[in-house]
Design a binder for this molecule. Sequence first.
Ligand code: AMP
Ligand code: FE
Ligand code: FE
Ligand code: ZN
Length: 281
Amino acid sequence: MRIDLHAHSNISDGTEPPAELVASAARAGLDVVALTDHDTTDGWAEASAAAQQHGVALVPGMEISCRTREGISVHLLSYLHDPTHPGLLEEITKARDARLSRAERMVALLSEDYPLNWDDVTQHLAPGATIGRPHIADALVAAGIVADRTEAFATILTSHSRYYVQHYAADPALAVELVRAAGGVSVFAHPVARARGRVVGEHTFEEMIDAGLGGVEVWHRDNPQEGREFLLSLAARHELIVTGSSDYHGAGKPNLLGENLTAPEQLARIEEQASGSVVRA
Ligand code: AMP
Ligand code: FE
Ligand code: FE
Ligand code: ZN
């Protein structure tokens, strides 16, 4: 069983529409793929239909933008939640709205120094999709300012950049509680990915675990080895689910579907704990 529990479509910052992503998963030899777009479940229906067609099982999911009191960014994966749960919907709507005004402010700052306007950015955004820095990166690539998204993130779009603007995001413990309330299972995404920015301290893990955290994403290319060992011992102590995944973004990132996998018994634990929706096969 080849199970990859973290992938993005163009409903957020991946480059393939949900059906194409599922086709790519089948081609990559996956038996199970999770669709985890940032702060939206709008791709679930299209991905479900494609999953049936391609004989791949789809785990409907989402990646929720969070930020701690100290200002550290946390990504929380949610699996098999009820997409209509009002409390969870309210939080992701706030995050999506905040992402939009934040992107507008970043583009306004960028346009002072680069030939770039808002239309250049929204051209790279599917209708209704969650906007993020990758879409601004696409506009910088199209304008010939950088070669690809990776270069954009290494230079103009880093969190240390003068063009960087923060956006509202839920407290991670609150997001964990909302996922549980919506019948879902939460998994802390790439928790020790230091290259992406500051990572949380043990007190944040404790708060999230006390709030009902389901698991931790251990096998992810951005987690360094010593961090993986820490996560495995934390998971053993608190009986957390452990997952592995690619964080595929289509052509937007080098990450390849199936480059990390989740064990079937770990997916079984997710399914046992979830009551908000089901795996579509
Ligand atoms: P944002 O959430 O708008 O601050 O942008 C962060 C998102 O950009 C993450 O969710 C990643 O998917 C994506 N990202 C981060 N680093 C890179 C990179 N080097 N190349 C492409 N995409 C990236
Ligand atoms: Fe992303
Ligand atoms: Fe993430
Ligand atoms: Zn992701």
